[in-house]
Design a binder for this molecule. Structure first.
Ligand SMILES: [Zn+2]
Length: 398
């Protein structure tokens, strides 16, 4: 099948205009409705639309672990996240480029957002050396030496063919002193300008800036001002979900998204648990990503509307009921808790497949529920029902 974005130049251009009059070969964001601070809209890219608020499953090493790309799409995902750090080390960005780019390589033709590699260099690599120019480090896989700079990060993300490219930044682990956070944020802002310069003009591809500043309001403000002056296609709230806890994170989200332009998408990086996601959307966030649904699926943890279920518990061994009787995913429609318990205990591969599918399905269902509620102006009632159902806890054992 010829993918629609290949049709752009030769076919009727008049038809290739989206609802807000932007050519379909461009990146754009349309805000459709707000309810309180919560927003719903659509990001348009040449590779397809992204309904917001959007949850992005993480495809670290060019795969969402235990899932086929078609299955990921069936859960309702419009976009995936790929990790620059992992892909540059193995199999290498130049190799992926020679093989036709990341979309073709992993057989996912919809939008892909790539991170800059900055965060993962700081959390995974060995012997890191941070300078004004960038970071040199040793690979955690084979000990080989590498360098990441804003310019190299932009080059790698271009080689991968990423639709949404993230600025190269640095983020200190929290808690950190205000001085350290300020110094790091200002370095990230200088790198944001270098990222913008290196990214150049690439119609159809977007570059997002990343706000830093820890949990200190005036530093968040200074960062937002620096990013707005450079101008980006979207803005991320970075440096959260790094161990500060939900209360501190929500404390920052009470003001940080308001500092960013209203007419551009706002992305909260690396978040999170279902209640983190709902709380972030209530505070004006449009996009999120997290390894949680897929990683938990592999460790026997299922997220349901009634909270977390540990399928390894003996109470499920004889239970013929589905994980969640209202869920329409294959794990819940075709299998019992007893089966899911058995395959997890037997370490069968299908265990990871089914639980990951269920978890991704549930996360996308939350997003769909929020999009509809925000559009209908009933988001407050939706949130109350979401929390009330979770508070009930799992169904009683038989
Ligand atoms: Zn399910």
């Amino acid at each position: 099948m010829v993918a629609p974005w290949h049709l752009g130049t030769d076919w009727g251009r008049a038809a290739q205009i989206n609802a807000i009059g932007v050519p379909m070969d461009r990146f754009s964001f349309q805000l459709n409705a707000t309810d309180g601070k919560a927003r719903t809209g659509v990001i348009s890219t040449p590779r397809g639309e992204i309904r917001t608020p959007a949850f992005m499953p993480v495809g670290t090493a060019a795969t969402v672990k235990a899932m086929m790309p078609d299955s990921v799409r069936q859960t309702g995902a419009d976009i995936l996240l790929g990790n620059t750090y992992h892909l540059m080390l193995r199999p290498g960005a130049e190799r992926i480029d020679r093989l036709g780019g990341l979309h073709k390589f992993m057989n996912w033709d919809r939008p892909i957002l790539t991170d800059s590699g900055g965060f993962q260099v700081m959390s995974l690599a060995e012997l890191r050396k941070l300078t004004e120019k960038g970071v040199t480090f040793k690979s955690h896989i084979d000990g080989s030496r590498h360098e990441l700079t804003p310019e190299r990060s932009m080059e790698i993300q271009k080689l991968l063919g990423s639709d949404i490219v993230m600025c190269f930044d640095e983020c200190p682990a929290l808690p950190a002193s205000d001085e350290r956070v300020a110094e790091s944020m200002r370095l990230s802002m200088r790198w944001a300008q270098r990222s913008r310069d290196a990214f150049g003009d690439r119609p159809g591809h977007a570059l997002f800036g990343i706000q830093q500043g820890g949990v200190t309001e005036h530093l968040r403000g200074e960062s937002a001002e620096a990013l707005r002056a450079i101008e980006f296609d979207g803005y991320a709230v970075g440096g959260l979900a790094v161990g500060e806890g939900q209360e501190a994170m929500f404390g920052v989200l009470d003001y940080a998204p308001d500092m960013l332009p209203v007419d551009k998408p706002r992305y909260l990086m690396g978040v999170g648990k279902p209640d983190d996601i709902v709380g972030a959307v209530a505070r004006g966030i449009d996009m999120m990503d997290c390894v949680l649904p897929s990683r938990s699926g592999r460790t026997g943890q299922a997220f349901t509307r009634r909270g977390v279920v540990n399928i390894k518990n003996a109470r499920h061994a004889d239970d013929p009921r589905p994980l969640d009787e209202d869920c329409t995913c294959p794990a819940c429609r075709n299998y019992s808790r007893a089966y899911l318990h058995h395959v997890f205990r037997s370490q069968e591969i299908i265990s990871s497949m089914l639980l990951t599918w269920h978890n991704l399905h549930y996360f996308q269902e939350i997003m769909q529920g929020m999009r509809e509620a925000i559009a209908a102006g009933t988001f407050e009632a939706w949130q109350a029902a979401f929390h009330a159902e979770r508070a009930q806890g799992d169904i009683a054992p038989l």
